[in-house]
Design a protein around this ligand. Structure first.
Ligand SMILES: [Zn+2]
Length: 311
């Protein structure tokens, strides 16, 4: 009788390599975490080989390796775009690691993987179209339809954080607040990314009040109804909810699973859902915008599910 092999899972971030295993019952166990040698390909491959070797009792020879990473994979060439991890930037990671480890290797963007995990096994289960909105230090996204990741041109999909779209005027309690469209590292001006994630929230607070505060302090201040923090969050909700509502109108998603650090702030997610429901063409009885079930390790779970899909 054939059995489903365990999937070896790797999460490659800007500062760490995390190793896990997904068993036949789709349970993920984290086995190891190491600092990533982000600048050296030989050191990086040696570390990955050693980590898998050290935990080989958990895997079989036909276990595929599923990698979730902050980088983007070009669909035609397999080449990585991961400027913050030079070790494998512009390399064909799946091919090179596959030859080195003599295993099937799949590599995919972590926001896409998170969205697949949520659509198949998390808060998006049962929904035909699920949008994954990453609101971490920056803003990213992924799209899953009929249980499959939609991979767009150059590997990009669901990038609702980029484009010259932010509002330049927001009305809060009868007062009009004007906001500059700020330059974004992507080369455009006015991207949601400059105000949308935790880094953006801090930038917004500075822009509005000329005060430096951490995103955690701003959120805590909002929850304590502190005037400046409250103002910042009210403006933030306007800036983020409209592009997200627009994204829902375009994709037809019936559920947005939120990942990234700000997803863990339940009250903020409830307020965001309320705002988004005001702006979508058709609001829903069920919450549209909800924190994902796999805030931690959703990327690894999704990569493993993807490896099973393509096996
Ligand atoms: Zn941008």
């Amino acid at each position: 009788m054939s059995t489903t092999p365990a999937v070896i899972c790797l999460d490659l971030g800007g500062s760490f390599v995390k190793l896990g295993v997904m068993d036949a019952q789709q349970q993920l166990t984290i086995l190891d975490q190491q600092k990533i040698p982000a600048d050296s390909w030989p050191d990086f491959t040696a570390l990955v080989s050693r980590m898998i070797q050290q935990h080989q009792l958990h895997f079989s020879t036909d276990s595929p390796l599923a990698i979730s990473t902050a980088g983007i994979v070009a669909p035609d060439s397999g080449e990585m775009f991961a400027s913050n991890i030079p070790a494998f930037h512009q390399r064909n990671l799946s091919q090179a690691l596959g030859e080195l480890l003599q295993r099937k290797v799949i590599v995919h963007n972590d926001a896409d993987c998170f969205t697949l995990a949520e659509a198949q096994a998390g808060v998006g289960k049962g929904h035909k179209v699920v949008f994954g909105a990453i609101i971490g230090s920056g803003v990213g996204g992924g799209l899953v339809a009929d249980g499959r990741i939609i991979t767009g041109q150059n590997g990009l999909t669901g990038e609702w954080g980029h484009g010259p779209i932010t509002l330049t005027e927001v009305d809060i309690e009868g007062e009009t607040i004007r906001l500059p469209r700020q330059p974004c590292p992507c080369g455009q001006k006015g991207c949601l990314d400059s105000y949308g994630g935790a880094r953006g929230l801090e930038n917004l607070h500075r822009t509005l009040h000329d005060v430096n505060a951490s995103s955690l302090d701003i959120i805590a201040g909002w929850q304590q109804q502190e005037v400046q923090a409250n103002r910042t969050i009210q403006v933030w909700l306007q800036l983020v909810s409209q592009p997200l509502a627009y994204t829902i109108n375009i994709t037809g998603a019936s559920l947005v699973a939120v990942g990234g650090g700000l997803a863990s702030v339940t009250a903020l997610m409830e307020a965001l859902n309320e705002e988004v429901q005001r702006y979508v063409l058709r609001s829903t009885q069920h919450p549209l915008v909800v924190p994902g079930a796999f805030a931690h390790n959703g990327g690894m779970i999704g990569a493993a599910l993807l490896a099973r899909q393509v096996a």
